[in-house]
Design a binder for this molecule. Structure first.
Ligand code: ASP
Ligand code: SER
Ligand code: ZN
Length: 479
């Protein structure tokens, strides 16, 4: 236990601490993440991308030791290895869960393939044949995100030319002088509009909303329940932009879930499964539509239906692109924990899966000494990740169920449940169950169906996929 604590703490602080030098100026890691979304100069992006990944090189030995100790612990508890233990938390056999995620992936892959092909072609237009060859995976530093996990920040480079929604959420927030506090208050107001009680005073006193100037902190956003009762908090180094506006809702979703299930016995103080916990706030954020932004005074004019493709493209860049990353992170770690990958092949295995699932490649040469997975928070912190893939599917199922309940009959991406207390009540019925029932029952309590599947995601993006396929006609979509 002591050694595990030692190696884990060392990795965690290595990940969180230490600014990076750019042109002689030291830039905080949280700011580098933001820059990956705003910078457009490919050389500068490559520099940030590469320097970020110099830090985790030193983590590899600690990581492999952590794997040994974690596996020993999992085996003592009766699991084949740590990966099997993670897969066992979904009310089914670990192997069955692996097959279940394959099935979900096959349902949504037909959305990803045409998106990736189109994005590559547009990036080729923007950066040229040499930087983005049309028969190879996309270089990971050009997708608007440190890990190429969500691509919404390159919307302007790949947007449908005649379907501009006419606004950019980051600009709206900045122009309206939003700060971190106001973003969190806006998130709270959404939950209140569904009938949830306001956050307690202690939330406002004890949370961390911005990066402190006087010390280093773990900036990766998280939500905490300190006492299983009302002491709920978030911790994030909020920037005023669309990504963090979504993250605020994401974190608050954890807190409202935690507070909703507090009357359960402590052993049920958890999500129906990890994917549920990650999907609550994300489902709320799917209701951040132009109509909603107008209701809260951020947007003057709601774009008409001619902007639908643009709105869908923006969402797809974040949500469809993410599914592949959400899946591959643990596909890699399952192989690490079961011994298929060894410290010598960690990095190679990581990039093979990045290529296979995401169609993404590193911009600079990688060697076996690099430890690129360590550049993603959840690896040094050993947080399982398939939960985000599940959430990526589930949030659309929740959204569709909520919109059906609200009697919405327009396109799903235009539906906002803001202000609907009936939906709030049914939502809460699921939340307050916590982990007291197998997840299909929790799903049924809210959606009326106990089956998890990709049909809502497919329905949501269908018009965009049709458009993407037209664009891709005559293009080579292979690698
Ligand atoms: N805790 C979130 C994720 O890791 C934070 C984020 O979106 O940055 O689940
Ligand atoms: N919050 C998770 C992450 O940062 C999923 O979006 O990776
Ligand atoms: Zn989360």
């Amino acid at each position: 236990a002591q050694e595990l604590a030692d190696v884990s703490t060392r990795m965690r602080s290595a990940y969180a601490m230490g600014a990076i030098d750019l042109d002689g100026a030291s830039v905080a890691r949280a700011d580098l993440e933001v820059m990956m979304g705003t910078e457009r100069d490919p050389d500068r992006l490559e520099e940030i991308w590469t320097k970020w990944r110099e830090v985790p090189v030193s983590m590899k030995d600690d990581y492999s030791r952590m794997v040994e100790i974690a596996n020993a612990g999992a085996q003592e508890l009766g699991y084949a290895d740590m990966g099997a233990m993670w897969r066992s938390r979904y009310d089914m056999d670990p192997d069955e869960f692996a097959a279940f995620t394959d099935r979900l992936w096959n349902e949504v892959k037909p959305l990803y393939d045409p998106l990736m092909c189109h994005v590559r072609a547009e990036l080729n237009e923007a950066y040229g044949d040499e930087a983005v060859p049309l028969d190879q995976p996309i270089p990971a530093h050009l997708l608007g995100n440190m890990w190429a996990q969500q691509w919404g920040n390159i919307y302007d480079l790949v947007a449908p030319p005649t379907a501009d929604p006419g606004y950019d959420l980051t600009e709206l927030l900045v122009d309206a002088d939003y700060d971190a506090m106001r973003m969190v208050e806006t998130g709270e107001a959404f939950f209140s509009s569904l009938g949830f009680d306001p956050l307690p005073e202690s939330f406002w006193e004890r949370s961390l909303f911005t990066k402190p100037a006087d010390r280093e902190v773990v900036c990766h956003a998280s939500a905490l329940s300190m006492d299983g009762a009302d002491d709920i908090r978030i911790k994030m180094c909020t920037s005023v932009n669309a990504d963090d506006f979504e993250t605020v809702h994401h974190e608050l979703g954890h807190n409202y879930y935690q507070r909703a299930y507090k009357e359960q016995s402590p052993i049920y103080w958890d999500g129906a499964n990890g994917g549920f916990h990650e999907a609550i706030g994300d489902m709320i954020a799917l209701s951040i539509t132009p109509e909603y932004l107008q209701q809260i005074g951020l947007l003057d004019r709601v774009p008409d239906a001619s902007s639908d493709l643009g709105l869908l493209m923006k969402r797809a860049l974040d949500k469809v692109a993410f599914l592949t990353f959400g899946l591959m992170v643990d596909r890699c770690r399952w192989q690490v924990f079961d011994g298929t990958l060894t410290p010598e092949t960690y990095n190679e295995g990581w990039w093979n899966l990045r290529r296979e699932y995401q169609g993404v490649r590193p911009p600079t040469e990688r060697t076996a000494d690099h430890f690129d997975p360590g550049g993603k928070y959840h690896i040094p912190n050993n947080v399982s990740y398939t939960r985000y893939f599940i959430a990526g599917i589930l949030q659309f199922q929740f959204h569709k169920a909520a919109c059906d309940l609200a009697g919405w009959d327009g396109p799903l991406h235009r539906c906002s449940i803001y202000g609907n207390e009936d939906v709030g009540e049914r939502f809460n019925a699921m939340l307050e169950m916590g982990a007291s029932q197998p997840w299909p029952e929790a799903l049924e309590a809210f959606t009326g169906s106990s089956e998890m599947n990709g049909s809502a995601v497919v329905e949501y993006f269908a018009p965009l996929v049709e458009w993407l396929e037209e664009q891709n006609e005559g293009r080579n979509c292979g690698m």
